[in-house]
Write a protein that binds this ligand. Structure first.
Ligand code: UD1
Ligand code: CA
Length: 607
């Protein structure tokens, strides 16, 4: 009798998996978070084999690439001529191996490690040439049939395609999982022939060549389901989900509607977690005690603390602390870290953002590449503009600060602590602690105004209006004009108001000197012209495209004052420096006054 032999494993993964009808090698199709072959590798790794050999062929670059980091060696099967041919490829690399070889198809992802352990234990206690897993199933279609004589001694295995009608009545099937004594298998492998329906080298044909083969029935036939097509893949997913969900319910988790929930086997859940309907937990996700997740949520690769609530939301690659509420309709993504007692509400998206404790962003916000302190309040409609079209920039918001509704924070930006940002502000510059920042146009209110009619009430009623007057800074604008020797004062002013589009100007202040003055006195029809050097001591009146109406006071070298209505022909001696205001609420028109016969000022409100 042999001693307990060392164990190696061979996983057969070189086939294309034609029935999958896929460009991806079959063994790389995902069952939940892991591919079929990853699941098989995980299972056999727990047996701590000496070596784990993976036979690869079809799509081997993809298969090798997908298994980087797993403790496996690859053996190439250059052409796929059947499962027997696949095992033949191991002969050179197992030349000195004296132990047992567990051969397993890569498409049996639901097999439990305990089942493999009992296969090996049976093999090692009874020491036949091979022990294989078999099962008695309701529908054996597609599987090889196991024919035994007595005591589960296998005589032969006949593939479904090669069975006679009578042989098909045998419902005892081959699971494709074998524990061989390698030195014996190595000897008979070269004798395989291809005299079968598929003209392949069948591994199952070695059974008839070996001195002693033993079959061991598995109790749970679901375990040995081989995945050959997408329907079987979907059925296996259901079985996997049932197992995972049963485990979590047994461990103290409530699943409100298990059929509408999916949970990857890489997820961990604390006690008294409640998972509401239509919720999917994927990848390396951990959910702490007492959380309520869902309805309608997707959480992937994320850590959720204790007693959180997440409903109708997506959380991806992010961490959430304790007692935090997310949703409805929030999207927490790309390394966001949300601390304890936060509230992330309706239509809020966070990306790569750290959020301090007791901070709220309750409605309609985008928080990207930002760090928010504790107790910050993000007003509805706050947007962090983190992308300038080329690069992303970061934003900091200090403890206790508040952003008003519809604020835009243009990154890079540092907002201090206890800052208040007024609603509708676009903040482009850093803000120190304890300030109110307002960055938006002020409201203009035009009393007694209706669309299409303009002003509807008399000018005098504006002071009686209930609306506050607009601030001076926004109803007036200021111009400064300097003239040079020989220029004509009135002509230059007319040119200036044209050029600046001044609608309702008034002279605020002016000084300068003239070498010629041309003025008209009240009631006169002709001008008076003086040539001397004069100081301009006053110039007052209104300026508009409809006309300038200005009165000028000058002093002659003896200090005598002259004054009158400014006419063309006032020529600058050294300078004229004028500050001109404009009312932005008015338009100055002129209209002939029947009483005086002159074109007098008629102010209008601008529409
Ligand atoms: C195989 C068994 C069948 C058993 C069933 C269990 C054979 C001849 N038949 O049939 O008795 O009931 O599994 O699921 O063994 N592979 C290679 N190289 C090849 C061909 C296949 O590595 O040349 C690999 C495949 O990638 C796959 C595994 O071997 O992982 C099984 O191949 P598959 O074609 O699925 O075999 P079945 O027809 O299902
Ligand atoms: Ca198969």
């Amino acid at each position: 009798m042999r001693q307990n032999a060392p164990l190696s494993v061979a996983i057969l993964a070189a086939g294309k998996g034609t029935r999958m009808k896929s460009n991806l090698p079959k063994v790389l199709h995902k069952l939940g978070s892991l591919s079929l072959i990853e699941r098989v590798i995980q299972n056999v790794s727990l047996l701590q084999p000496q070596r784990c050999l993976v036979v690869v062929g079809y799509g081997q670059e993809q298969v090798r690439g997908a298994l980087v980091g797993y403790p496996v060696e690859f053996v190439e099967q250059p052409e796929q001529k059947g499962t027997g041919h696949a095992v033949q490829q191991l002969i050179p690399c197992l030349a000195d191996f004296e132990g047992d070889l567990l051969v397993i198809n890569a498409d049996v992802p639901l097999l439990r490690t305990e089942t493999l352990r009992s296969l090996i234990a049976t093999h090692q206690s009874q020491k036949p040439s091979v022990t294989l897993l078999s099962a008695r199933v309701g529908d054996p279609t597609g599987y090889g049939r196991v024919f035994c004589n007595h005591d589960n001694r296998v005589v032969e295995i006949v593939e479904d395609r090669d069975c006679t009608a009578a042989q098909r009545q045998n419902h005892r099937i081959n699971a494709g999982i074998y524990c061989f004594h390698w030195p014996v298998l190595g000897e008979v492998l070269p004798q395989l022939k291809t005299d079968n329906q598929q003209q392949e080298y069948y591994l199952t044909d070695v059974i008839a060549l070996l001195p002693e083969a033993l079959a061991l029935d598995v109790q749970d036939v679901q375990e040995i389901a081989g995945i050959n097509d997408r329907l079987q893949l979907a059925e296996a997913y259901q079985i996997l989900q049932e197992r995972i969900k049963a485990n979590w319910m047994a461990a103290g988790v409530t699943l409100v509607d298990p059929n509408s929930i999916t949970i990857d086997d890489t997820v961990t859940l604390g006690v008294d977690v409640v998972i509401e309907p239509q919720t999917h937990l994927r990848g390396h996700t951990q959910i702490g005690e007492g959380c309520r997740i869902g309805p309608g949520s997707l959480i992937e690769h994320s850590q959720i603390g204790q007693h959180c609530q997440i409903f109708y939301s997506v959380v991806h690659e992010s961490d959430i602390g304790d007692h935090t509420t997310v949703g409805p309709y929030a999207h927490i993504r790309h390394h966001s870290q949300i601390n304890d007692h936060c509230r992330i509400g309706n239509f809020v998206e966070t990306k790569n953002t750290r959020i301090g404790s007791r901070t709220n962003a309750a409605h309609l916000a985008y928080l990207g590449d930002a760090t928010l302190g504790e107790e910050v309040n993000i007003g509805a409609g706050t947007i962090i503009a983190n992308y300038d079209g080329i690069t992303k920039h970061s934003t900091q918001i200090g403890k206790g600060s508040k952003t008003g509704a519809n604020s835009v924070l243009v990154a890079p930006l540092i907002v201090g602590e206890q800052v208040t940002i007024a609603a509708g502000s676009t903040i482009t510059e850093n803000l120190p602690d304890d300030v109110l920042a307002i960055a938006r146009a002020r409201q203009v209110v035009k009393p007694g105004w209706r669309l299409g009619e303009g002003r509807t009430t008399g000018a005098g009623s504006s002071s009686a209006s209930a609306y506050p007057a607009p601030s001076p800074s926004e109803s007036v604008q200021i111009f400064v004009l300097r003239l040079h020797p020989h220029q004509d004062l009135k002509a230059e002013l007319l040119k200036f108001i044209q050029q600046e589009g001044i609608q309702a100007g008034f002279m605020l202040t002016s000084v300068g000197s003239l070498r010629q003055a041309t003025l008209r006195m009240a009631g006169a029809t002709t001008n008076q012209v003086w040539r001397d050097t004069f100081e301009i001591v006053s110039l007052v009146g209104t300026l508009a495209p409809s006309g300038v109406h200005l009165h000028l006071l000058i002093t002659d070298p003896s200090g005598q004052v002259r004054g009158g209505h400014l006419q063309a022909g006032c020529l600058i001696y050294t300078t004229a420096e004028m500050v001109i205001g404009e009312s932005l609420r008015h338009r100055f028109e002129r209209q002939r006054d029947e009483q005086t016969g002159y074109h007098e000022l008629r102010p209008r409100f601008r529409s």
